[in-house]
Write a protein that binds this ligand. Structure first.
Ligand SMILES: Nc1ncnc2c1ncn2[C@@H]1O[C@H](COP(=O)(O)OP(=O)(O)OP(=O)(O)O)[C@@H](O)[C@H]1O
Ligand SMILES: [Mg+2]
Length: 250
């Protein structure tokens, strides 16, 4: 059985960074096999993980719509796309990655979601951990890329507005009846512990903070991957400490 961690939060809060650091920790701690899912159409999780080029689900849809004759006779188009998506899961050193992307051509963006979802449910069982980096905002939840997760990890800054928005994620999860066992709140780029008053009324379990880490800013400026971070990098060390709360709550 795989253990799914879905990462959500407002734009720019650090979802992709945290997702990639989680992949690194799961690999380095030898916790099991891990699939990184880039569910943001403006994908950059693969890049953050140092994956130079990846065939996305959007690319596959474009290829199939440009050359429909490549679908073998007797096979439905959907089945063919599913098969191609399975092939597009890229094997890297110690983790696999699949990326949603978005089709350039005409066609429904929700179609990519539907495919991702149906392939995901088949793929997921092959891994011990599935880490999903969602796009900003709550739209992805309403389009239901994520139907269930063991852990929902909401990433927020420490501002009142940011925390309120993280709190709304919990509400949406309820409204959409998305099955989530653990709903956690992680505050990024913050060095102190949040006061209780700040998280009052937020239906998420506050697990701690990831400090502002200059080495993250550096690799991000230089276009490097998170594998360049030293083991004692502030962000990585902080996340490692919170790890048990994130990946072991079965
Ligand atoms: N703890 C941190 N310390 C320093 N820089 C950070 C930290 N976390 C994230 N960043 C930087 O902040 C920027 C935004 O982070 P990231 O891309 O992970 O956010 P995101 O929530 O995935 O954004 P989007 O909503 O656009 O997908 C990046 O440049 C990243 O390198
Ligand atoms: Mg992102």
């Amino acid at each position: 059985m795989s253990y799914t961690i879905a990462i959500a939060g407002k734009g720019g809060t650090g979802k992709t960074t945290i997702a990639s650091l989680l992949v690194r920790l799961i690999k380095e701690k030898k916790l099991g096999s891990v699939l990184a899912v880039d569910a943001d159409p403006n994908s950059n999780l693969a890049e953050a993980l140092g994956v130079k080029s990846i065939r996305t689900i959007g690319d596959i849809l474009d290829e199939v719509s440009a050359n429909p004759e490549q679908v073998p006779g007797g096979m439905s188009k959907d089945r063919f796309i599913e098969y191609e998506v399975q092939k597009a899961v890229q094997e890297e050193d110690g983790f696999d990655v699949v990326s949603m992307g978005k089709p350039e051509g005409p066609g429904c963006y929700c179609y990519v979601n539907n495919i991702l979802r149906s392939v995901m449910s088949k793929l997921a069982d092959d891994y011990d951990y599935v880490i999903i980096d969602n796009e900003a905002g709550l739209e992805h939840l309403s389009r239901r890329t994520t139907r269930s997760a063991d852990t929902l990890l909401a990433v927020s800054d420490a501002s009142a507005v940011g925390l309120k928005s993280a709190g709304r994620i919990a509400g949406i999860v309820d409204e959409l009846k998305i099955k989530v066992k653990n709903r956690l709140l992680l505050v990024n780029r913050f060095n102190r512990s949040l006061g209780k008053d700040k998280i009052n009324g937020i239906d998420l379990e506050y697990i701690g903070n990831i400090p502002l880490d200059k080495s993250i800013s550096r690799i991000s400026l230089q276009g490097e991957s998170i594998w360049k971070l030293k083991n004692n990098a502030l962000s990585l060390a902080a996340l490692a400490k919170l790890g048990d709360k994130i990946w072991r709550q079965r």
